[in-house]
Design a protein around this ligand. Structure first.
Ligand SMILES: Cc1cc2nc3c(=O)[nH]c(=O)nc-3n(C[C@H](O)[C@H](O)[C@H](O)COP(=O)(O)OP(=O)(O)OC[C@H]3O[C@@H](n4cnc5c(N)ncnc54)[C@H](O)[C@@H]3O)c2cc1C
Length: 402
């Protein structure tokens, strides 16, 4: 295929790197410009659901991902204070039903696997975008290191604090959601073997908060990631240090297994969750936003990166199919916005469900969700981005707004 456009991708996170791979799989070369001096060394877990893995497999990353992924049998959800079992989300069944695996990764391994498919000469580290301007059929880009380049088209994958968004839409800062996350990575050998039984992935839900704990890299590492409603302001970032005692105090009256798990934490970090009200400001003309830059969401449906992977495949597919990139981007937005808004709403609704203060009502709602009712992820995972890249997907109505 003849390359029609020079393509600049801003941001070398999961969205940007996956998109560079996707474009390459359709015969297009792109250059990636990333602020950081090295690609993300983030110590945390990330889960990818079947439909996102279909997109990644279709761009040739299947074997690389399988080599570094963990495949847990599923997630057991329990009440945080009583330990009562509430739900088992069976990942093997989901994988069989939707025709692709459900994976858990150490983020650094996922990043490495995605980056390893790319020509290193096309990844420009230490390039922080400071200015972007549309000039007729070109886009001029300015970087903090003094570099200036022009590209035919730009894909903005520069995350929730995108520089490209305000350049297009004016003041558009993400706002603090009043929710914060604690994160900790523990040595698997420090955790008694029965603590995460039977599947190695437990989610404890409780009043105003929840906590997930699961193995990474076989049983070498245990990832803890939590979320709570809070009146405290917390900055955003993967590396703001936290106080383990303050973390423990966030989960009052924990059941014995959770108490034991929390007692092992000696180091943790904290993160404030930021997002924006749902909007259609996803780009215009020769500039297209993807991933968190377009649609940052709460992490409760485990879909931020997954939606970025769907974006990656579908934006590349449109650019391969449509000679005019402006039309390709318009079509991308036409098929993506409705679906991603529904996923964003699902994430908000999930946060409310996990943090309900009435355990009886919560148990009933979790059972309804598991039966495929409101709040189920079935419709998210059932989507096939490869077969249906050009269709506006059907989505359920979910009443939830930031
Ligand atoms: C606690 C937590 C748990 C999560 N768990 C999951 C999960 O299990 N599954 C899931 O699917 N999602 C999950 N997510 C969401 C997921 O992490 C994000 O949606 C995803 O990382 C977004 O990728 P991105 O590439 O769009 O943005 P980012 O990962 O933020 O990458 C943006 C990149 O752009 C670079 N950049 C920024 N500004 C500039 C600039 N001016 N110039 C050049 N480069 C720039 C940054 O350095 C960065 O490398 C979770 C999120 C959180 C907070």
């Amino acid at each position: 295929m003849t390359q029609k456009n020079s393509i600049a991708i801003i941001g070398g996170g999961l969205a940007g790197l996956a998109t560079a791979n996707a474009l390459a799989s359709f015969g297009m070369k792109a250059d990636v410009y990333e602020t950081a001096p090295a690609l993300g060394e983030i110590g945390a877990g990330v889960n990818t659901s079947p439909q996102a893995n279909k997109a990644l497999q279709a761009i040739g990353l299947g074997e690389k991902l399988a080599a570094v992924a963990d495949s847990s049998a599923g997630t057991h959800t329990c009440n945080m204070q009583t330990g009562e079992f509430l739900e088992f989300a069976d990942r093997n069944k989901a994988a069989a039903r939707y025709g692709a695996p459900y994976y858990t990764f150490h983020r650094a391994d996922l990043m490495d696997a995605i980056a390893s498919g790319l020509d290193p000469a096309t990844i420009h580290l230490g390039h922080r975008l400071t200015g972007i301007e549309e000039r007729g059929d070109r886009v001029a880009l300015t970087f903090a290191n003094g570099a200036n380049i022009e590209a035919d088209i730009v894909i903005g994958a520069d995350g929730v604090r995108s520089v490209i968004r305000p350049a297009l839409y004016g003041d558009d800062n993400p706002t603090y959601t009043g929710q914060m996350v604690w994160r900790a990575l523990l040595k698997g050998s420090d955790i008694p073997s029965d603590l995460l039984d039977p599947a190695g992935h437990i989610e404890w839900v409780g009043p105003g908060c929840h906590l997930n704990a699961y193995y990474l890299r076989g049983h070498d590492v245990v990832n803890i990631v939590t979320q709570e409603d809070t009146a405290k302001w917390v900055a955003e970032g993967w590396s703001t240090p936290g106080d383990p005692d303050e973390m423990r105090a966030s989960f009052p009256n924990p059941e014995p297994r959770l108490k034991k798990l929390l007692s092992v934490v000696t180091e943790c970090s904290k993160w404030g969750l930021f997002t924006r009200p749902l909007n259609d400001n996803w780009g215009r003309g020769r500039i297209q936003l993807i991933g968190d830059a377009a649609h940052a969401m709460l992490p409760n449906a485990g879909q931020g990166a997954c939606q970025a992977f769907e974006d990656s495949y579908i934006v590349a597919r449109w650019l391969a199919a449509e000679p005019d990139p402006v039309k390709a981007f318009e079509n991308f937005r036409r098929v993506r916005i409705k679906r991603v808004h529904a996923v964003q709403r699902l994430s908000i609704a999930r946060a409310r469900l996990k943090h309900m203060r009435d355990p009886v009502a919560q148990k009933a709602m979790i059972a309804a969700q598991q039966a495929g009712g409101a709040g189920s992820s079935n419709w998210v995972w059932a989507f096939d981005p490869v077969a249906d890249w050009d269709k506006e997907p059907e989505v359920p109505t979910i009443e939830a707004e930031i």
